[in-house]
Design a protein around this ligand. Structure first.
Ligand SMILES: Cc1ncc(C[n+]2csc(CCOP(=O)(O)OP(=O)(O)O)c2C)c(N)n1
Length: 658
């Protein structure tokens, strides 16, 4: 389509021109600064500006937009102060990440911009979550998310589009097809003719838009957004464009045929639009020259602010403090009335009471709605809370965990039930890279609890038996809770849901229906990060958690002469090292019993901590009793051999006798 085909006021056309010019001129300046070594890396969006600018201009300012690494025009069109952007790129304290992350890897609630993580794909699922929150709030808002055509090969693209389609979420999936993903041309990335052709597979409307024509981008996206606000649904947009410079400046464009560059040079979105505006007498050459001088001045002035900003001062304590969102735990005490219930009932009750308490809380998981989940934890929830808040999901852990992050960003609280803890590996990336790192990077909380039915002893083989807490305890930014009793499970889950930080909540499925306790009936909380001392003795300290606590209790009950402190960790991250150290200083001996396999596990970490902090108090080497370093076998005999239960007593007696 030609520029003359669009009925947009001259005023708007000039406004769009100004919005196009700004990112181009900033980039031209950045390329100079890069050569001077004043910034370290640059991902060029030259030639693609009409997409960022047109989409952002079509959105309302209070609608979320999720850009990628070539979308400077999104940031400038939302009128972010340039000095703050420049500080960000120079790693200074006034930048959005206070020097903690680079270039466009940040978000800003003030500007309703949610930036990418390097892994590209997860942000598509985050957009789903933001859009879901909008649907639940009934605020008729659209969410736009960007991706390059290369990243459409990631599973996250498929998962996010599928979820958005099944849930009818008002998301604009904006694919910038710029010909190359780093050096890989589109024909090595996907086989269909257009990315837009994929829409039909998702049952999703799709459009191809000339990404180098600002009036086409703006007009068509504007019309689609107006429609989506009234008739919520996802739409896939493929913007045809071209990347005129290297993937990033150091990588160059040697692999791009010159004729392609020449062809697209002629389609430059700014030069062509400028010629049209002048030829149509909408703006004069003099006004353009004047405008360019003004923008140049503004860039220089704002750059000076960033250059004159002090280099950031290191505050080591703040570095550690900012890993987690600040949160003041408020105790909600236990009531007196109790009932004798199982672990699974305590968890279900806790969830139900939390759903009653927080009307912005949403639970998502496979088969959790009418079916009640495979362990029936959410049985009956749909009739009480409705299908909007108790959501069956397709089988796509990555998109759903990303969507949970999106819900949190947009003011909701989310719980995701893993059908089995083993399957969390399919959602590992958003947990360890998105949820865990957001607060440290740009002060955004991840108000998400991931429930993890875990553990062996049920003859379920290598993929339905793992206790994979160590995958998460070593990732800064996550909290890991692992109760062993119904009373603890109920109170700790309630506290985990209140906490705005991401929590992995482990529930041992062998204990679900075998373990009863008198549990307070009303809502209560227990603090995260506090171990429980279950038995007291002076001869030895036993540290354990989860099902292994019950193995230790059994041994102590059968061997009453052993006088041991038995510590149930309850929370693994943050770890209550104080309780461990105090006990070891009293007893002088430590044995750690865990269900997880040995190498690189929590037991290893506790052992190292005790060696470092209590060495002078130790009368014997610390012992770690754990499962074998093999996958978890299926047959009862093999599984029994794998688990450390029967090895514990011998090791305990040997350590006592040391
Ligand atoms: C999961 C993952 N794999 C690889 C990379 C390295 N990488 C960064 S950008 C990029 C190319 C992306 O291409 P595309 O999605 O088309 O976006 P474009 O850069 O062309 O805008 C690659 C391979 C990455 N960041 N994340």
């Amino acid at each position: 389509m030609k520029y003359t085909d669009y009925t947009i006021s001259d005023h708007s056309k000039i406004q769009l021109y100004k919005q196009l010019l700004l990112p181009r001129m900033i980039e031209e300046k950045m390329l100079i600064l890069l050569r001077q070594g004043k910034i370290t890396k640059w991902f060029s969006g030259i030639g693609q500006e009409a997409i960022s600018v047109g989409v952002t201009a079509a959105l309302h300012v209070d609608e979320y937009i999720l850009p990628m690494h070539r979308n400077l025009g999104v940031f400038t069109t939302r009128n972010i102060p340039l000095s703050k952007l420049f500080s960000q790129w120079q790693g200074k304290a006034n930048g959005f990440t206070k020097g903690r992350d680079r270039s466009f890897h940040f978000g800003s609630q003030a500007y309703k911009i949610i930036g990418m993580i390097s892994h590209l794909g997860p942000q598509l699922g985050v957009a789903d979550g933001i859009a879901l929150a909008n649907v639940l709030k009934k605020n008729k808002q659209v969410t736009a998310v960007f991706t390059g055509e290369g990243a459409t090969s990631e599973g996250d693209f498929h998962e996010a589009l599928n979820v958005a389609s099944v849930w009818n979420l008002p998301v604009l999936f904006c694919v910038e097809n710029n010909g190359y993903g780093l050096s890989t041309p589109t024909n090595e990335q996907f086989k269909c003719k257009n990315i837009a052709d994929k829409g039909i597979g998702y049952g999703m409307e799709s459009h191809i838009i000339d990404g180098n024509n600002i009036l086409e981008v703006f007009s068509r996206v504007n019309a689609i957004c107006s429609d989506l606000r009234e008739n919520p649904r996802p739409v896939l947009l493929e913007f045809k464009t071209f990347r005129m410079r290297g993937h990033e400046e150091a990588s160059g464009t040697k692999y791009v045929p010159q004729d392609l560059l020449d062809t697209w040079e002629k389609k430059d979105p700014i030069a062509n639009y400028e010629s049209y505006l002048i030829a149509s007498k909408i703006i004069s050459s003099d006004s353009i020259a004047h405008l360019k001088t003004k923008i140049q001045q503004e860039i220089e002035e704002e750059l000076q602010i960033a250059f004159h900003e002090e280099e950031l001062l290191l505050d080591p304590e703040k570095e550690l403090r900012d890993v987690y969102a600040p949160y003041m735990y408020k105790e909600c005490p236990k009531n007196i009335a109790t009932e004798n219930i199982r672990l699974v009932d305590a968890i279900s009750q806790s969830l139900k009471q939390a759903m009653e308490k927080h009307d912005n809380l949403v639970i998502m998981g496979q088969d959790i709605a009418e079916y009640g989940g495979v362990f029936k934890v959410t049985e009956g929830f749909v009739s009480q809370f409705g299908r909007e808040r108790v959501r069956n999901t397709p089988i796509c852990e990555s998109a759903i965990i990303s969507a949970a992050m999106g819900l949190s960003i947009n003011g909701m609280k989310a719980i995701v039930e893993m059908q089995f803890a083993d399957f969390v590996s399919s959602g590992f990336n958003p947990i360890v890279n998105y949820l865990a790192k957001s607060h440290y990077r740009w002060a955004e909380k991840a108000d998400v609890v991931i429930r993890m039915p875990c553990g062996a002893g049920v003859g379920a083989g290598p993929f339905h038996s793992q206790t994979n807490e160590a995958w998460f305890t070593k990732t800064p930014g996550l909290k890991v809770v692992y109760p062993a009793f119904p009373v603890d499970a109920k109170g700790l889950l309630a506290a985990a849901i209140n906490d705005p930080n991401p929590v992995l909540f482990f529930e041992h499925k062998a204990l679900y229906r075998s373990l009863y306790q008198e549990v307070p009936t009303a809502y209560y909380t227990l603090p995260l990060g506090k171990a429980a001392v279950l038995k007291e003795g002076t001869a030895i300290t036993i540290v354990s958690y989860g099902a292994a606590i019950h193995w230790a209790l059994e041994v102590l009950e059968k061997n009453p002469k052993i006088k041991a402190d038995l510590i149930d960790l309850r929370t693994l991250q943050p770890l209550d090292s104080e309780t461990i150290f105090n006990s070891v200083k009293k007893t002088g001996k430590l044995i750690i019993l865990q269900e997880d396999s040995l190498f690189g596990s929590l037991a290893s970490e506790i052992s190292a901590l005790v060696m470092e902090n209590c060495f002078e108090y130790l009368d014997a080497p610390v012992q770690r009793i754990a499962s074998l370093d093999t996958p978890i076998p299926f047959s009862k005999t093999l599984e029994h051999n794998y688990l450390p239960k029967d090895r514990f007593l011998k090791a305990l007696l040997a350590l006592l006798a040391y």
